[in-house]
Design a protein around this ligand. Structure first.
Ligand SMILES: NC(=O)C1=CN([C@@H]2O[C@H](COP(=O)(O)OP(=O)(O)OC[C@H]3O[C@@H](n4cnc5c(N)ncnc54)[C@H](OP(=O)(O)O)[C@@H]3O)[C@@H](O)[C@H]2O)C=CC1
Ligand SMILES: O=C(CO)[C@H](O)[C@H](O)COP(=O)(O)O
Length: 471
């Protein structure tokens, strides 16, 4: 084994520490640096058998001195200014052939800018999206690389070596140039928000509508994890529902405040979707739901002013089998929107995004990993450029399960259980099967107040309405 240190990593937080151990374990000795030196000391002390492959350093100068050319320095720090500060601090000390990789969650536009800024400088720059949380980073993440083919050839071997595997295939691939890797990771996180929100809405129906205890809800998630919904997020939802509060006893879930945090990747997805004019309402609903969850005082005020929701669900309106079918339909609609967004970005930015390849590297390692992604990879391969809802087996699954989604949404809404993600998915699906929408009214209104014109159905050249003095 070659023990030359060619890699360095800055930021030994949750992800950086796990990634450094994974890289070392996969056969790549690595030097590490952390702003707070005590964290580096702890990290090294707890590195066990991997200790000889790890070089602790106490300054950026020491870090760079510990790495031999060709030097690759991985940043695993919070997005935004911190990344820029690290690049600024490193840049004067870098030499021809050095490569900086931002492996955190960066906004793809920042990555594009940083790649442009590296032009004419001695160092190269790559943005790589890494998913899988702490466990994935330690034992096998899914990595979405942005960069040139030459850059991929330089670091792809290492990324594949540390990655998760699905049927032996590594979950790491080159997405395209510049910010493409971070764009794909951003959409992954948007889908993650939507997946999580739809699961939470099913939990709300079980808890508030069906009056089920956490243990019974855990049973349902565990059963679902043996069916078409089998996925990491369903698996951990079962574990979460099963867990007992070590402090007060009782279900852990019941002790957790209902305000969802967020670091911004879901919001970036919604904002970028608007820039691209691509409809991703399930993701947008999931972001809005997190924002609303944070307004805990306003929600209490609303309950006091207008009466608390939800109401009890009447009769045995829906069962958990129907709920499972609804979630199957919702999940397909959400992924169809996410892949649609990727396709739009590819055509807008001139990226040759490997659509089926993206589904393939999401099959293991990442937070949204699921069995369904295997079929999605085949569908995207068989019908490139088409929306997933039209590709068997998803068209068949939607035909079979969309009525359950409708019944679930209408029943939940009748009981005042908010199901924004499931409902948005359904409305998107309904619109996708409506040959004549009410947009003719919008066009008439726009023409009335702004003389914006419209197309006539009969093709005649008369682009304005008879609005007279009112218009
Ligand atoms: N946690 C997760 O599940 C995932 C996170 N990510 C992304 O990975 C990146 C790191 O996240 P995570 O490991 O969770 O974060 P943590 O908060 O656990 O760690 C942050 C790291 O960045 C360092 N750091 C913070 N601020 C500065 C600064 N101003 N200057 C220098 N170093 C700084 C910290 O050093 P110090 O010890 O001195 O504070 C620490 O090493 C983020 O971009 C995140 O979005 C990606 C996928 C999953
Ligand atoms: O990238 C991730 C998973 O894929 C991170 O865990 C990220 O922090 C999740 O986003 P948020 O904190 O906004 O829920």
């Amino acid at each position: 084994m070659d023990e030359t240190v060619n890699f360095g990593l800055i930021g030994l937080g949750t992800m950086g520490a796990a990634l450094a151990l994974n890289i070392a374990e996969s056969g790549y000795p690595i030097a590490v640096f952390n702003r707070t030196a005590a964290v580096t000391d702890d990290f090294i002390e707890n590195a066990g058998a991997l200790r000889p492959r790890l070089t602790p350093t106490k300054s950026l100068e020491e870090l760079l001195a510990a790495i031999s050319a060709p030097r690759t320095i991985i940043l695993m720090v919070p997005a935004g200014q911190v990344v820029d500060q690290q690049i600024e601090a490193l840049a004067p000390m870098l030499e021809e052939g050095d490569l900086i990789i931002d492996a955190g969650n960066a906004n793809y536009a920042d990555t594009e800018r940083r790649v442009r800024d590296s032009d004419g400088k001695p160092y190269d720059y790559m943005g790589i999206g890494v998913s899988g949380g702490e466990e994935g980073a330690r034992h096998g993440p899914s990595s979405m690389a942005g960069g040139t083919q030459a850059q991929w050839e330089r670091v792809g071997g290492m990324l594949e070596a540390i990655s998760a595997r699905y049927d032996g295939a590594p979950c790491a691939a080159l997405m395209g140039p510049g910010g493409a890797g971070h764009f794909v990771k951003m959409v992954h996180n948007g889908i993650e928000y939507a997946d999580m929100q739809m699961i939470a809405e099913c939990y709300a129906i079980m808890r508030d509508g069906l009056g089920m205890e956490a243990g019974a809800i855990a049973d349902v998630f565990e059963a679902w994890n043996d069916g078409p919904l089998a996925s990491y997020l369903i698996e951990i939802s079962g574990k979460v529902a099963r867990a007992t509060d070590p402090i007060a006893g009782g279900p852990m879930l019941d002790a957790i405040r209902d305000t969802a945090g967020q670091k911004g990747t879901g919001r970036w997805t919604a904002v970028e979707a608007q820039h691209l004019a691509v409809p991703v309402p399930v993701i947008e609903a999931a972001v809005a739901a997190r924002n609303l969850s944070a307004r805990i005082e306003a929600r209490q005020r609303g309950a006091d002013a207008f009466g608390a929701m939800p109401r009890e669900m009447q009769g045995a309106a829906i069962g958990t089998e129907l709920l499972e079918q609804a979630l199957i339909a919702g999940k397909i609609l959400c992924y169809a929107q996410g892949f649609d967004m990727l396709a739009k970005a590819a055509s807008e930015f001139g990226w040759d995004l490997p659509m089926a390849g993206i589904a393939r590297i999401w099959r293991a390692g990442c937070i949204i990993r699921s069995e369904m992604l295997n079929d999605m990879a085949s569908a995207l391969e068989a019908m490139p450029g088409d929306n997933l809802i039209f590709a068997p087996p998803f068209s068949d699954l939607l035909t079979r399960n969309s009525d359950a989604l409708r019944k679930t949404v209408t029943t939940a809404i009748s009981a005042g259980i908010a199901v924004p993600a499931l409902a948005s998915g359904l409305s998107w699906f309904d619109t996708m099967r409506t040959p004549r929408t009410p947009a003719n009214m919008i066009q008439a209104q726009r023409d009335f107040f702004g003389a914006h014109g419209f197309d006539r159905l009969d093709g005649k050249d008369a682009p304005h309405g008879p609005w007279g003095d009112d218009g």
